[in-house]
Design a protein around this ligand. Sequence first.
Ligand SMILES: [Zn+2]
Length: 115
Amino acid sequence: MFDDTLTDPLKIKIEILKLRLFLKRRIDSQTGCWCWTGITDRYGRGQIKVGGVVVQVHRLAISLWRGIVLQRTQLAVPTCKNRLCFHPEHMQIQPKGRQSGATEVKLTLGDAKRG
Ligand SMILES: [Zn+2]
């Protein structure tokens, strides 16, 4: 049988990526977590190379299964507290905290014309 849902190159890529993640997955029977068994970064989060770019597995999983492309300003926080987990339903999307970035910049221009 010819499956015409798999003629779209993007859909094929998505299915291949899912399979690549499944190959490195160990399901925790207690929590249902999808534990990554492949390479991890220094924070203990799973990572994988896609098209020459290293990406975090839990963020990729959100795109693949939930169809959401995370912005740089968004964090994916595992509600199960398991760093190795990449189960897309265990991820909560949160905005990055304000402490990192723009609010740190202090304006000093006001002093320029003094005296
Ligand atoms: Zn989990």
